[in-house]
Ligand binder design. Structure first.
Ligand SMILES: NC(=O)c1ccc[n+]([C@@H]2O[C@H](COP(=O)([O-])OP(=O)(O)OC[C@H]3O[C@@H](n4cnc5c(N)ncnc54)[C@H](O)[C@@H]3O)[C@@H](O)[C@H]2O)c1
Length: 311
């Protein structure tokens, strides 16, 4: 895989679920990938997972004892610490101090505004959001968005690097809490919980409608492109022809539900029952393998490029 020659050394700060997966993305593209985590138990855990993934042609993976050592020669830093604004702000103070002047500082944040994270930093112009979809070594989309002081060339260089390591950057025009992915995801989850609370269906039935229905199309086409295929005359006929029906239906969608302990337990029990003897790790491993297969299959499908052309 060709890699942007300008950035060959990457640092991952925070090596939990997302950080270790980012490490796989960069190392498999040949980058020297330097890891730091404040929790001394976390680095060996990430290492074990990465050793299980790595292939002989990967770049070196170096576990570092300090953030300074991790960032020393880095051209790009992927912050993947906890999703708390105060923690991210302090982390970015440390990263801004320790990184070489030309390094890009990217955050995996799922919702926060880079303008807030980088407030008061010496070099906010090099700070950017690069929000992955879990797990990024399997799922390519990355939401990319600067703060108000982020330099335009930092957005471009981040996208170039992400493309060079096999990801699909999607640039947002402005900040909105939760970006695109989590807003769409939780619009659906909100309604799923509403349906469950109103006893319209059980957990299994709601999951089945997405797994065996909506999700199959969405793996190929986005919601607008799906609408375009729902009528012979396309999206204009679909949205235009069904306008009142769609508006009436949208008006009936549920308000934000509560997530009380009993409800969470009911969902947990249903999913434990559905998984049976299969472990959660086995389900994850199967999910990741299938996603890779789906990506391989749809790479040859011209219709699947509709979404890519839209960017
Ligand atoms: N898990 C997901 O599905 C997902 C998806 C996309 C984005 N994200 C985002 O990625 C980020 C990481 O999420 P995660 O699920 O990997 O969390 P996680 O809890 O699994 O990992 C966070 C890691 O950061 C480490 N850490 C805490 N403070 C630190 C510090 N000061 N310096 C260095 N390391 C520190 C922790 O020890 C831990 O290993 C969050 O911002 C999250 O919103 C998560």
């Amino acid at each position: 895989m060709a890699l942007s020659p300008a950035i060959r050394t990457v640092a991952i700060v925070g090596t939990g679920v997302i950080g270790r997966s980012w490490a796989a993305v960069f190392a498999r593209a040949g980058c020297e990938t330097r890891l730091f985590d404040v929790d001394p138990d976390q680095l060996p855990r990430a290492r074990v997972w990465l050793d299980g993934q790595r292939k002989p042609d990967w770049g070196p993976i170096v576990a570092c004892a300090t953030v300074d050592a991790a960032l020393d020669t880095a051209g790009y830093v992927q912050e993947s610490g906890p999703e708390r604004l105060d923690v991210k702000q302090q982390l970015f103070v440390d990263l801004d101090r320790a990184a070489p002047p030309s390094a890009i500082l990217a955050s995996s944040t799922s919702a926060f505004d880079m303008t807030e994270i980088a407030r008061g930093l010496r070099h906010p112009e090099r700070c950017i959001v690069a929000h992955p979809v879990n797990p990024p070594h399997v799922i390519p989309a990355v939401e990319v968005l600067g703060g108000i002081r982020t330099a335009v060339d930092v957005v471009d260089r981040t996208c170039d690097l992400l493309r060079a390591v096999g990801q699909t950057p999607v640039v947002l025009k402005k900040h909105v809490h939760g970006f695109i992915l989590n807003r769409l995801q939780f619009a659906l989850v909100r309604e799923a919980i509403h349906l469950l609370q109103h006893d319209v269906a059980d957990v299994e039935a709601i999951d089945a409608v997405v797994r065996e229905g909506l999700g199959l199309r969405w793996a190929l086409l986005g919601p607008f492109a799906v609408a375009d295929t729902n009528k012979d005359d396309g999206v204009r006929a679909y949205f235009g022809g069904y306008e009142q029906w769609i508006i009436d239906l949208m008006n009936q969608l549920g308000p934000t539900p509560s997530l009380d302990g009993d409800l969470i337990e009911r969902i947990g029990k249903a999913l434990d029952g559905a998984r049976g003897e299969t472990s959660r790790a086995e389900v994850r491993e199967w999910r990741d393998r299938m996603v890779v297969e789906i990506r391989r299959l749809k790479a040859d499908n011209p219709v699947a490029r509709v979404g890519e052309r839209a960017q």
